[in-house]
Design a protein around this ligand. Structure first.
Ligand code: URP
Ligand code: ZN
Ligand code: ZN
Ligand code: ZN
Length: 466
């Protein structure tokens, strides 16, 4: 029969089914699922293990320009390496258009940064910061045709925030091109107002980052983003949802039959605003937007994952080193939380955290786990059926999990370029022991095997939901 690899005896789970079978792999694809597939150049014994589609992380920031004097902790080499250690086989980093530049320039730069430096497969989302007529009329439609079928727009951040009119124009282009718009929903003016007020009161410690963008800031923007999408008659993905009020805006729209999708992230299940209240500047390690909230918000996000309000669970990996003059405290002279770069690492911790706290503790079943971490990601972002499932003809993108392995999470297990993990010390049950991308073993038993040029850029189809 001549398989290159057979994975034998494992317990396979997809978004819909669990079954025991061997997987025969040929030329990077799954060629057969069956009993006793027999010999191959390499047989991987998966008895007692769970064989899952490799994770797809639809929300990752790598080598993204983050302001003068600040450097993101991961480039494509360390970011894809860390992702592989965490059981992922494809990530979708953002390609940021800088103001005054074209998207083509941005993509050229990002493809150069990624070339020959990816352990796993990548596909880019675009971030649109400069809404020009050329971008709307020519550039964006052409790029959608070329497989860049999703883009993110921001309602906050200096230099990124779009006006409602600009959002509507981008959405109109997306509707015509059948692309998927992702929205960062926070009210920029409200954040500026609250930040100024906090600073005037001398409230500048990292913990005040959370106070500068309370739930109402996110709820209002979520409501507005959905209304704008309804007016433009276009589907929309609300990324990094942190609490029940924002989630209820999504749920309400879904109830009306609108194509409104939601994403939540590990920081909203496992962190709270209290984490920002550390000694000295330690709280900066947890500064991200929207900020982690409280216990009730964590439960709401779990609820949204269980009930399907959120279709995807992504990391929003956006790493900055803590003990580094180019990292979290780069603008040391300026001590306010205002100057702390937003974002935390999570590309490697995402799957073990959800596996352990979700599947092992019975909050979600393994099918829901696979759906929100791989299958729905692939469908949402135009990678299905090639990726995101275990099926004949799909890429052999597979993670073999040891469901019993107990691990205390420490930063050294994650192999990223940061110098800390926000989830330090958490007790995890279940760990990805082997990660395979298109038939090539990339990580096995904690050892990096894959060549760093194995990862490919994937040209995407339209979202299955658009
Ligand atoms: O704080 C965050 N989330 N930083 C990453 C950029 C973004 O808004 O997703
Ligand atoms: Zn965002
Ligand atoms: Zn992000
Ligand atoms: Zn390319």
């Amino acid at each position: 029969n001549g398989f290159d690899t057979v994975i034998s005896g494992g317990r396979i789970s997809t978004a819909s089914d669990t079954f025991f079978a061997d997987i025969g792999i040929k030329d990077g694809c799954i060629a057969a699922l069956g009993m006793e597939l027999g010999d191959a150049a390499e047989v991987i014994d998966a008895a007692g293990k769970w064989v899952l589609p490799g994770g797809i992380d639809g929300h990752v920031h790598l080598s993204q320009p983050s302001g003068e004097g600040i450097v993101m902790a991961d480039d494509f080499e360390t970011g894809t390496r860390s992702a592989a250690f965490g059981g992922n086989t494809t990530i979708l980093p953002f390609c940021l258009q800088e103001k005054g530049r074209s998207l083509h320039e941005a993509l050229k730069a990002y493809h150069a940064k990624a070339a020959g430096k990816c352990y796993i497969d990548v596909a880019f989302h675009l971030i649109i910061s400069d809404v020009t007529e050329t971008l709307l009329g020519q550039e964006l439609p052409a790029l959608v045709e070329d497989g860049y079928t999703s883009f993110k727009i921001f309602m906050t951040y200096e230099g990124l925030a779009l006006s409602d009119l600009e959002m509507l124009k981008v959405m109109e282009t997306a509707r015509k091109s059948r692309a998927l718009v992702m929205v960062h929903a926070e009210n920029y003016d409200a954040i500026r107002f609250l930040t100024d007020r906090l600073e005037q009161l001398g409230n500048t410690a990292p913990k005040f980052h959370a106070a500068s963008r309370p739930i109402a800031v996110e709820r209002e923007a979520t409501h507005r983003a959905i209304a704008l999408a309804e007016i433009a008659d276009v589907p929309v993905m609300i990324v990094h949802v942190s609490n029940r009020e924002a989630m209820n805006e999504i749920l309400r729209a879904q109830g009306k039959g609108l194509k409104v999708f939601g994403e939540t992230c590990p920081q909203y299940l496992f962190l709270t605003a209290d984490d920002l209240d550390g000694l000295n500047m330690e709280g900066a390690k947890y500064v991200c937007s929207p900020p982690p909230r409280d216990r009730a918000s964590q439960l709401a996000c779990w609820d949204g994952l269980e009930r399907g309000v959120f279709s995807i669970f992504s990391s929003d990996h956006c790493p900055f080193r803590y003990d580094d003059p180019k990292g979290k405290l780069a603008l040391r002279g300026r001590t306010s939380f205002r100057w702390v770069p937003n974002g935390i690492p999570g590309v490697a911790a995402r799957l073990p955290l959800l596996f352990s706290e979700g599947v092992m503790k019975g909050r979600i079943d393994i099918h829901r786990f696979v759906a929100v971490t791989a299958t729905n990601q692939a469908k949402m972002y135009g990678l299905a059926p090639r990726k995101g499932t275990i099926a004949i003809g799909s890429d052999a993108d597979i993670a073999i999990w040891d469901p019993e392995r107990k691990v205390m999470l420490t930063h050294d297990l994650l192999h990223d370029g940061a110098d800390y993990t926000p989830y330090q010390g958490m007790e995890i049950t279940g760990w990805p022991q082997l990660t395979m991308v298109r038939g090539q073993v990339v990580v096995r038993d904690g050892i990096l095997e894959g060549p760093k040029d194995h990862g490919m850029h994937v040209v995407r189809d339209r979202s299955a939901f658009v």
